[in-house]
Design a protein around this ligand. Structure first.
Ligand code: FPP
Length: 257
């Protein structure tokens, strides 16, 4: 009942950009962009058409996030589990970063966006890795929105790699076991240097994290919507931020209100 009331409240309140800008904006927004396949299926189109449309939404939401003054936008574009998809779909998904970055890199540069990537990029096809490296390099001095793509990313493998590296550093005497603190662990993750997300959005009605930033999301506000990613608009993004702004973030303490 309580959840239902909250949901109704979150969805029914019309919100404008001006209203949202009157309150603190989440600094880091992370998005699990889900529902491309279902969007295509509803239109009797191939799944690739859903991913293509999803890419257009990435462009739109990146631009809008930058306009709103969000500092970091992390997008889950390909998970370590996505290799299990049919080869033709994986091949298509691997072409998207190149397509996106080739088409929109001038625009990203003009808009002062800084491209970053987390994930096991060494296992990506050469053309995908090269496109990403080029974008990272050419935007490295930009000071606006950080557009952080998670590509071949999985949180458990990220944490496993961090634990292995910490163990090696202890073994060679560079670290003492007492040095292993929460900030130190954060610094060994692929997101090192990025603040934890304030808000996580997942589209398409699935209510799970799917191995995305499990450590980093410890205190993040979560917002789920039934909207499929290719249908996601600036207005939905504003609704998510407005919902975040209505929440009372206590980080385990007591209310400041
Ligand atoms: C999940 O939808 C989506 C993905 C696995 C890929 C996400 C990729 C994009 C949004 C394209 C943009 C990428 C870049 C790099 C610009 P799904 O296929 O699981 O959908 P379904 O659950 O409805 O089948």
């Amino acid at each position: 009942m309580f959840n239902k009331m909250r949901k109704t409240k979150e969805i029914d309140v019309p919100v404008t950009k001006e209203e949202v800008l009157r309150h603190p904006i989440p600094s880091h927004v992370a998005i699990i962009m889900d529902g491309n396949g279902r969007w295509a299926k509803k239109r009797a189109l191939p799944r690739a058409a859903g991913h293509y449309e999803g890419m257009q939404v990435v462009r739109k939401i990146t631009r809008f996030a930058n306009e709103l003054g969000i500092r970091i936008l992390s997008l889950y574009a390909f998970s370590t589990e996505n290799w299990k998809r049919p080869k033709s779909e994986v091949d298509y998904l691997m072409k998207l970063p190149e397509q996106f970055l080739t088409t929109f890199l001038p625009e990203l540069i003009a808009e002062n966006v800084k491209v970053q990537v987390i994930g096991h990029t060494e296992a990506l096809p050469d053309y995908t890795r090269r496109a990403v490296e080029k974008a990272v390099e050419e935007t490295s001095d930009n000071t606006g929105l950080v557009l952080n793509f998670a590509l071949n990313y999985g949180s458990r493998s990220e944490i496993t790699a961090a634990v292995q590296q910490i163990a090696k550093d202890v073994e060679r005497g560079a670290l003492a076991p007492e040095d292993i603190t929460e900030p130190l662990i954060s610094s060994y993750l692929m997101t090192s240097g990025l603040a934890d997300p304030d808000l996580l959005i997942r589209t398409s009605g699935e209510i799970r994290l799917s191995n995305f930033m499990l450590w980093q999301l410890a205190y993040t506000e979560l917002w789920f919507t039934d909207v499929l990613w290719p249908d996601f608009t600036e207005q939905h993004f504003l609704e998510a931020i407005a919902a975040y702004q209505r929440r009372d973030r206590r980080f385990g303490g007591v209310s400041a209100r």
